[in-house]
Write a protein that binds this ligand. Sequence first.
Ligand code: 5RP
Ligand code: FE2
Length: 238
Amino acid sequence: MAIAKIAPSMLSSDFANLASEAERMLRLGADWLHMDIMGLLFGDAEEECLLTWHFVPNLTIGAPVIQSLRKHTKAYLDCHLMVTNPLDYVEPFGKAGASGFTFHIEVTRDNWQELIKSIKSKGMRPGVSLRPGTPVEDVFPLVEAENPVELVLVMTVEPGFGGQKFMPEMMDKVRTLREKYPSLDIEVDGGLGPSTIDAAASAGANCIVAGSSIFGAADPGEVISVLRKSVVESQNKN
Ligand SMILES: O=C(CO)[C@H](O)[C@H](O)COP(=O)(O)O
Ligand SMILES: [Fe+2]
């Protein structure tokens, strides 16, 4: 059975105090720290990408920040790369101490085999993510490959920003993946919190990313335990 992992999205933390925010999340029960890397070239149309030079309309952090944080924690750093050229970042993220390296399928149609191999060669765990408009079938070959991804991240908001509304219709993708791959790590990301977790957990998600609902709560530790309880209870029912 895929183990429950609660991953606070550090995008909602106080970046000026990243090390202490990370330590606080781990002390409150987090399993992983989700690091949102947003940068060059992420757009719906290739032409749009070339014009805007962004994959999402935002910029966050890069490998130097991962390297700095790594000096303060041994935690699993679950890196979600919203960039159009992930292959260029494998080496710097590997050197910086990233644990998981999740890239987007939309920008890796031609080179995902090379990318997975490269991620593993740098000692990281490969994952693939899909935007809300991308069909779930697109990631099947990557899970079934001889050298497969070990995690599928189903975006439950349009990538780019924290604090958006959860898209329940994405749960069909999670259900499909869970039926096909009983022990796969299936991660959901965007708008997760106490009011949406049951939908994700009952669909079969086991890795839960949550930013604003944890960092914005009066009692973040309580939110982490509510998220975990929902995943564990759903798994026990099945
Ligand atoms: O990948 C992301 C955005 O692209 C973030 O991980 C995600 O939005 C988490 O934030 P929140 O829980 O506040 O929705
Ligand atoms: Fe993310």
